[in-house]
Design a protein around this ligand. Structure first.
Ligand SMILES: [Zn+2]
Length: 303
């Protein structure tokens, strides 16, 4: 396959994933990743065996997989950029050569993060910026900050802070969302609405950590309205998982969204929760957030 055609395959594969994931709002299954076709021929987008995948005929790797759903599974460099490990420690292994080719040609890659069994949250396009052979790994950069990344330095600079923030935005955030929505089976915890496009992964308390695993127990799957109401302290969640609505809102008279969507949820238990106890909302974090809800000022004249 000539390089122009390979570049087109990459573009078409990414456009296809964008459609299949509703613009990244839901993960894609391993099975579905086998459905992509290019010029009428099937091209799997994930290896059946390994994490690094170069379909036959291509000059460089096309997709890379990280199983546990964290962009920092293979570490993050002092420059704030995530790393992707070689397969094993042989620099001449075919998989590592496929990665090196992607770096040398600056071919865009699709990074697939495992979220639950056989489901992946794709992040793309990413590029391999350089290789760290003594650490058996590559430095990964998202297209959004590809221009500035080569100037990143380990010292605390504006650029390093920018890269950390951007990495979080582009890599960490979609994974947090995918992981939390999967845990809640794509439903709002407060009202049980089941449309992924209307759902967000809300943080129970602001996520201050710059790296690490997306912590599901600091997350809540909430529909857009309940997310905004939670952040605005109109809606609170007690540590015993009972919903409370701010007192002045309870006294208001208005249409169905207020009556059913907010007032109707007051004093009610959460409607959907993760099956796994370890993924349920963390009591300590709920206690902190609930105290903030209680302490938040009620608009003047409404108390
Ligand atoms: Zn809701």
């Amino acid at each position: 396959m000539d390089s122009e055609r390979e570049a087109r395959l990459r573009r078409e594969a990414m456009a296809w994933i964008t459609v299949r994931t509703h613009d990244g709002s839901r993960p894609i299954s391993r099975e579905e990743l086998g459905d992509f076709t290019f010029d009428g021929a099937p091209y799997r987008l994930i290896s059946t065996q390994t994490g690094i995948w170069k379909p036959a005929g291509l000059a460089a790797a096309l997709t890379i997989v990280t199983k546990d759903g964290s962009p920092y599974a293979d570490g993050v460099g002092p420059d704030g950029l995530p790393r992707y490990n070689w397969r094993g420690q042989d620099p001449q292994h075919a998989d590592n050569r496929a990665l090196r080719a992607a770096m040398q040609m600056q071919s865009p890659l699709i990074w697939l993060f495992g979220v639950g069994r056989a489901f992946y949250q794709p992040v793309y396009p990413v590029y391999l910026l350089r290789e760290e052979p003594e650490e058996y790994r590559f430095v990964v950069v998202h297209e959004a900050f590809r221009e500035v990344a080569p100037y990143a330095s380990p010292v605390e600079t504006e650029l390093r802070r920018y890269l950390l923030r951007e990495t979080k935005q582009r890599l960490h955030q979609p994974l947090f969302r995918a992981t939390v929505l999967r845990a809640y089976e794509q439903r709002c915890a407060v009202c049980s609405l089941g449309h992924a496009q209307l759902l967000d992964a809300a943080h129970i308390v602001a996520d201050s950590a710059e790296d690490g695993q997306p912590v599901v127990s600091n997350g809540l799957s909430l529909c857009k309205i309940h997310h905004a109401a939670y952040d605005a302290h109109i809606l609170g969640i007690r540590p015993d998982l009972i919903v409370e609505i701010r007192t002045d809102i309870l006294a208001e008279v208005d249409g169905p969204m207020l009556r059913y969507g907010l007032q109707g949820r007051h004093d009610q238990p959460l409607m959907s929760l993760p099956r796994a106890h370890t993924e349920r909302p963390d009591k300590d974090r709920l206690t902190v957030a609930y105290a903030e809800f209680r302490a938040a000022p009620v608009p003047r004249g409404k108390r």
